[in-house]
Design a protein around this ligand. Structure first.
Ligand SMILES: [Zn+2]
Length: 387
């Protein structure tokens, strides 16, 4: 007789205790392998075939792909294994120790976003045996969602997993989500020539060049906002935020170089590569034949995401949760699963409002309700077999 799976709170506690911060800042970045190893053990215990896939860029990070059952099609339950960095001194409790209060709330780093998801998904999976499944159930844990999304990018590159449907278990208070915006984070660098400010002919001002770039970006923003609108979003238009600017040193020197970062948040109906290419072209034209050089650099990008409202997975999730599907303002790995051809929704317990901040929490009830909902989806799409 195999020992039963520890309860969902114990599983969450064990995962929260394994630090797995990912960050573009190397001072905070950590491996995720201990989280992956724990998940692999539990999946094997439940009869899954388990594959640990190290990231090509960094073998201290890995995705976990665990499969129960065989055959084509199937349902993926997926979450990210990493967390954002944290300020321990701003927490009321130890962020790496799951603490339950008298109301059943569970405090800990990654409790809602999204280590609790794995506990719920494992408990849902534990109700099924491989022999019952007409289509496979895949449990997936990715690396580096909070920083580069390199885990999801590696899966897309590998074309794995192959399945028909995916549920991304980010916290949505168990409301199905079928759309979010995409992000393009970009940098513009202008290289000019510094010189004594007494005579403009001594140099070429990168700062004045950037002034024209800013004008061009704000014009682009106005054009995009006039042309695109989607009322499903709380902010129904695409946005462009000027985030950071840096350039020059002294009032009496012509500014030799200037650097700007900004982000564009684009609606699902928009084509980010085309918009970026058009912007690069406009900036080139702006300085044609001049002493200033301009370069547009991509910092990161997450494509926008949309699954059609009438997709069977959307319909089933609406019916089983009792909630209409909606759009959210945060980004997920969903577009990568869409790009692999999967019907994809975001659906998970806990609230995004408490994520990425001190005293993040989920609750015993959230874990139980999520497990119940995932079990119903497994029943519908893996046991009964999808249409
Ligand atoms: Zn998350």
């Amino acid at each position: 007789m195999v020992a039963p799976l520890p309860d969902a709170v114990a599983l969450t506690r064990a995962l929260v205790a394994q630090p797995s911060v990912s960050s573009p800042d190397p001072r905070h970045d950590q491996p995720n392998r201990t989280v992956i190893d724990r998940l692999a053990e539990w999946c094997e215990h439940l009869g899954f075939r388990v594959e640990v896939m190290p990231l090509p860029q960094d073998p201290s990070k890995a995705n976990l792909l665990a499969t129960l059952g065989d055959g084509p099609g199937g349902l993926v339950l997926t979450g990210h294994s990493d967390t954002v960095p944290f300020d321990a001194e701003r927490w009321a409790t130890d962020p790496l120790e799951l603490v339950e209060d008298e109301r059943g709330r569970l405090f800990g780093l990654g409790s809602a976003d999204m280590k609790g998801f794995f506990a719920a998904a494992l408990h849902a999976a534990s109700r099924f045996r491989a022999g019952q499944l007409k289509e496979p159930l895949v449990l997936l844990a990715t690396a580096d969602e909070e920083s580069t999304m390199n885990g999801a990018r590696a899966l897309l590159e590998a074309g794995r997993p192959t399945a028909t449907r995916a549920v991304v278990g980010e916290p949505t208070s168990l409301t199905p989500v079928r759309m979010h915006k995409g992000i393009l984070m970009q940098a513009v660098r202008i290289q000019g020539r510094s010189g004594h400010s007494s005579d403009p002919a001594n140099g070429a001002s990168a700062l004045e060049g950037m002034h024209r770039v800013l004008g061009e970006l704000l014009a682009l923003r106005a054009e995009l906002q006039a042309a695109h609108r989607d009322e499903a979003f709380r902010v129904p238009i695409p946005t462009l935020n000027l985030g950071r600017i840096e350039g020059g040193d002294s009032p009496n020197r012509i500014c030799g170089s200037c650097h700007l970062t900004f982000d564009l948040r684009l609606l699902p109906s928009m084509d980010p590569p085309a918009i970026r290419a058009a912007l690069a072209e406009r900036l080139d034209q702006l300085f044609e034949g001049e002493a200033l050089e301009v370069a547009l650099e991509s910092l990161t990008d997450v494509p926008p995401f949309e699954t059609p409202a009438d997709a069977p997975l959307v319909r089933a999730a609406e019916e089983l949760s009792g909630q209409p599907s909606r759009a959210v303002m945060f980004c997920t790995e969903s577009p990568f699963f869409r790009a692999m051809g999967m019907e994809t929704i975001v659906l998970g317990g806990g609230s995004i409002d408490v994520a990425h901040q001190p005293n993040e929490h989920t609750s015993r009830g959230d874990l139980e309700r999520a497990a119940e909902l995932y079990a119903q989806l497994i029943q519908r799409f893996c046991v009964e077999g999808a249409a």
